[in-house]
Design a protein around this ligand. Structure first.
Ligand SMILES: [Zn+2]
Ligand SMILES: [Zn+2]
Length: 249
């Protein structure tokens, strides 16, 4: 039995939006949605990167909400989703982590075809960033949605179909190997359970006793139930709670 948790819930209230846009959910609103969808443990994050939408002061505001005395913080943690650089360093760094009093840092790659990269360049960069983060970055606790951006090249029409068979097998082997060696977790975030290569990757995480985290990546309350669906899938696949990553205060 897996204890349902979700450490990848965005409090999108804390970002710079167009004046006409609706405000995103606060940490309290996202936490209520996570509880309603059955998560016993939850973690609230926002992006930490060089986008003008995500200045550091937004994260300070989020931390202020989390650490306010009225926030129901039991079994709830504070993190950020920090962009990874090619050398594996992350945009938050240890100083940012300390300043925000974070419990964890997710290291993720966010690329899109708008950057001008081909799908092959994206795959190579994701592999490079993740393996370097696993090898050298002690600030990162888990890797967010490995190869989770490939679908963008399908959506833009650059490739007919995104699937995990496009990723060289040795790239996947490296990620499994260095995750195991580093003791960091890999996030299970995308719902590609019908993709045989993805499914095989999940089974390797399970069989090689690599730490895993299940994230909804919810940017709005309506997306929080995805954590329950994914946790159920992993339970059916025989994942064990023993290797389910958990942060500590
Ligand atoms: Zn992300
Ligand atoms: Zn995210």
């Amino acid at each position: 039995m897996l204890i349902q948790s979700d450490y990848h819930i965005h409090a999108s209230y804390y970002r710079v939006k167009a004046p006409s846009a609706l405000p995103g959910p606060t940490a309290a609103e996202q936490l209520a949605a996570a509880r309603n969808s059955g998560s016993i443990y939850a973690g609230i994050v926002e992006h930490c990167n060089d986008s003008p939408k995500h200045p550091f002061c937004c994260l300070e505001e989020l931390a202020k909400e989390y650490y306010s005395p009225s926030f129901p913080g039991e079994n709830v943690f504070l993190g950020v989703e920090a962009d990874l650089a090619d050398d594996g360093s992350d945009f938050c760094g240890k100083a940012g982590r300390e300043k925000l009093r974070l419990h964890y840092v997710i290291g993720s790659v966010h690329d899109s075809p708008q950057s001008g990269k081909t799908i092959e360049e994206y795959i190579a960069r994701e592999h490079r960033c993740i393996t370097n983060a696993l090898k050298y970055n002690s600030n990162i606790d888990f890797i967010g949605h490995p190869f989770g951006e490939g679908h963008r090249w399908e959506r833009s029409g650059d490739i007919p179909l995104w699937h995990w068979g496009l990723i060289p097998q040795n790239f996947l082997e490296d990620i499994l190997h260095f995750a195991k060696e580093s003791g960091k977790a890999l996030e299970i975030n995308r719902p590609y359970f019908e993709d045989p290569v993805y499914l095989d990757f999940l089974k390797r995480i399970r069989d090689e006793k690599i730490l895993f985290e299940v994230g909804s990546d919810a940017h709005a309350p309506g997306s929080c139930p995805a954590a329950a669906e994914r946790t159920k899938k992993l339970e059916d696949l025989g994942f064990r709670e023993e290797y389910h990553w958990r942060p500590f205060k």
